[in-house]
Design a protein around this ligand. Structure first.
Ligand code: SAM
Ligand code: SF4
Length: 322
């Protein structure tokens, strides 16, 4: 197992927020095409030479760790389609200052990869699962076999991974009986979070956190639970005794507690999910540079973070990674 050395001093942004979390999107490719994430017409294949190499991502993580980033979540596209991802997990987990290495995945490849990922030092998995009904799952993802994803999830649980299911609330598609998700989470011993669908052009039908709570409260007990300091953006409840959470970017802004930077596969360090502002770190890495140049780029991105999401960027969640 990987030993985790002590942390660097924290970096605070202009708005007094401690920035300690990096979401690392390692590919724009995916083996699914969820309709709300990759609408028709998206051509998500960056030219090979524009994609960050693992060594380049590691250089950024090292710089970020020296500035107080202590948690890295590997995402995509689909991170498990990227060659060398297990080695990348191991290398990130070995970087001084990195305390938590997590991943967000659609789980299609988890069955065969859960074990090597565990050995490499991955600690937590968020599994995107928007339906537990085979037909609806296929309609949403436009492919894949739900049973494989569930087998992979069960395998990961048996290996000791803490798993949280992320289910995006898709009005009229998976929102008729939200308690089915809760019962499923209880049966499979995984956590559950409902996520509001982000509409970047504000035309997508929203099913809000409040509607979800209202529906669940009709036939089930819903007790609010204190927010965890580690996840201040998640509103938590006990639903018939099962811990569930809500992430509600559309109706309950959590910008005041934002602690994240996001690195895209094209090397743009995004300062906010809903802002087009970024620092082109790939350009720095591919010319003669020092470690301090990379740290400066990370510091610059941190100081560019807006107080609140300006919502002036296209979604491109398949690139930014959520
Ligand atoms: N492919 C991986 C997966 O699906 O877990 C990682 C990348 S995916 C872009 C990360 C997360 O973003 C998923 O949980 C997905 O449901 C979520 N997502 C994508 N588009 C979204 C949207 N418009 N609103 C809310 N969440 C979205
Ligand atoms: Fe792929 Fe994840 Fe987007 Fe679905 S949500 S299309 S699995 S990147």
């Amino acid at each position: 197992m990987v030993t985790r050395p002590t942390a660097a001093p924290a970096t605070v942004d202009r708005h007094g927020r401690v920035i300690n979390y990096l979401r690392l999107s390692i590919t724009d490719l995916c083996n699914l095409r969820c309709f709300y994430c990759m609408p028709d017409g998206i051509t998500n294949k960056l030219p090979h030479d524009q994609v960050m190499r693992h060594e380049e991502n590691l250089e950024v993580v090292r710089a970020a760790a020296s500035l107080g980033i202590n948690k890295v979540r590997i995402t995509g596209g689909e991170p498990l389609v990227k060659r060398g991802v297990v080695g990348l997990v191991y290398s990130i987990a070995s970087i001084p200052g990195i305390k938590t290495v997590a991943m967000t995945t659609n789980g299609v490849r988890l069955l065969e990869m859960a074990e090597p990922l565990r050995v490499a030092g991955l600690q937590r998995i968020n599994l995107s699962l928007d339906s537990i009904d085979t037909k609806t799952y296929e309609e949403i993802t436009r492919g894949s076999e739900l049973h494989r994803v569930i087998e992979g999830m069960d395998r990961a649980v048996s290996l000791g991974f803490p798993i949280k299911i992320n289910a995006v609330l898709l009005r009229g598609i998976n929102t008729d009986n939200l308690f089915e998700f809760v019962a499923f989470a209880r049966e499979h011993e995984v956590g559950l979070r409902f996520i509001e669908r982000m509409g970047f052009d504000r035309k997508e039908p929203l099913f809000s956190q409040d509607e979800a709570i209202e529906q669940l409260s009709r036939d089930h007990s819903m007790e609010p639970v204190d927010t965890s300091p580690e996840h201040p953006h998640v509103r938590r409840y006990l639903c018939d005794g099962v811990k569930i959470g809500f992430i509600s970017p559309m109706t309950h802004s959590f910008c005041a507690s934002c602690n994240k930077l996001r690195l895209q596969p094209d090397g743009r360090l995004r300062v906010c999910l809903a802002s087009e502002q970024s620092v082109d770190i790939r350009e720095i890495l591919r010319r003669e540079h020092t470690d301090e140049d990379v740290r400066d780029a990370v510091r610059k991105a941190i100081q560019m973070k807006p107080a609140a999401a300006p919502w002036n960027a296209p979604a491109e969640m398949w690139k930014v990674g959520g």
